[in-house]
Design a protein around this ligand. Structure first.
Ligand code: UDP
Length: 315
């Protein structure tokens, strides 16, 4: 039986990845230190599948204990990292470490098995982009010394580490740049916009728009994201690829969609825009649609938000 390791297994994308590979017949080793992940995201995996083995573990620590346990390793998904601006700003140093030291550990461990590491990179490597949509060839407009730099620069460092590691060791590790993925199992307290608006609407609180709400994002439902990850992993591509949905919405439009779906007339409250908040974000998916064919995002925002509302209503 082939196996995979998922770091950040109790996180949003990590828990969906574990479920995907368990259903695909793999033994799955989940690692998480619960700094932002939730135990509730993995309890169903423990009870449903005997092939899930979880270890509470910080990916920056020594991975030696896993050597006797893991066999036939195919992929390591290094997804451990805070991912929402409030959380990575609170855990800034840990964010820098897990995307550098933690990634180095994952790469070395994968090499022992000739396995492939897939690193969760991000659209934040483009910073506040001066072009739209953003193709992978765009080098970005990033502040290296500010509120978002712990995350943006850590992910950029991770990409550079993979490039250099592959070159020196002739390996095929890879990375994906995710654009605002959303769906069930996001931490309801993590502060990202989709989960925040839905939580606020269901509690009949005002929706908090930061700035004037004209900034844009492109939201990708988790099922589309996971399908893109699996396709990337099996493709043995090492170059960066954008994975997201290329339909762009203003934050104000998102607020209106949430109001409509939750059938609430929650008021909108405008709050100050955080520093270095990107004004536009939309992936150029040309490369993904070619190299990951037939993958493309399928789930429209209204359908995804509806699924998330159903999930959070029963949380
Ligand atoms: N945002 C907002 N209200 C919220 C949370 C976020 O208006 O309650 C805005 C935020 O300022 C940003 C966008 O929504 O412009 C997306 O924020 P998020 O934290 O989801 O992720 P980002 O794409 O900024 O990393």
């Amino acid at each position: 039986m082939n196996s995979v390791i998922v770091t950040g297994a109790a996180g949003f994308l990590g828990s969906h990845l574990c479920e995907y590979y368990l259903n695909a017949g793999y033994k799955v080793f989940g690692l998480d230190n619960f700094s932002t992940g939730l135990k509730s995201n993995i309890t169903h995996l423990n009870s449903l599948k005997k092939d899930f083995e979880f270890h509470e573990f910080d990916a920056c620590q020594d991975w030696t204990f896993l050597k006797n346990k893991v066999q036939n390793l195919k992929y390591i998904f290094h997804f451990a990292s805070p991912a929402s601006p409030p959380l990575y700003q609170r855990l800034a140093i840990e964010t820098l470490w897990v995307n550098s030291i933690g990634l180095e550990q994952a790469l070395k461990f994968a090499d022992l098995y000739k396995a492939r590491t897939i690193f969760a990179s991000t659209s934040e490597v483009y910073g506040d982009p001066s072009i739209s949509p953003q193709p992978e060839s765009y080098w970005g407009n990033v502040n290296s010394f500010g509120e978002r730099s712990c995350y943006d620069e850590a992910k950029r460092f991770g990409e550079a580490l993979i490039f250099s590691h592959n070159k020196r060791h002739n390996t095929q590790h890879g990375l994906i740049r995710f654009f605002n993925s959303y769906g069930p199992r996001m931490n309801p307290d993590d502060g990202r916009v989709v989960i925040n608006f839905i939580k606020q609407a269901l509690a009949k609180d005002s929706l908090t728009i930061y700035g004037d709400g004209t900034q844009t994002r492109s939201f990708c439902f988790v099922d589309d994201t996971i399908a893109g990850i699996a396709k990337y992993a099996e493709s043995y591509i090492s170059v960066p690829i954008n994975v997201g949905n290329d339909k762009e919405f203003t934050i104000k439009e998102l607020a209106e969609i949430v109001q409509k779906i939750t059938k609430t007339s929650s008021l909108i409250k405008f709050e100050p825009l955080p520093s270095d908040d990107p004004k536009r974000r939309r992936p150029d998916l040309t490369k993904a649609k070619t190299l990951l064919a037939p993958w493309e995002p399928k789930i429209p925002l209204e359908i995804g938000v509806r699924k998330m509302v159903d999930w959070l209503s029963n949380y």
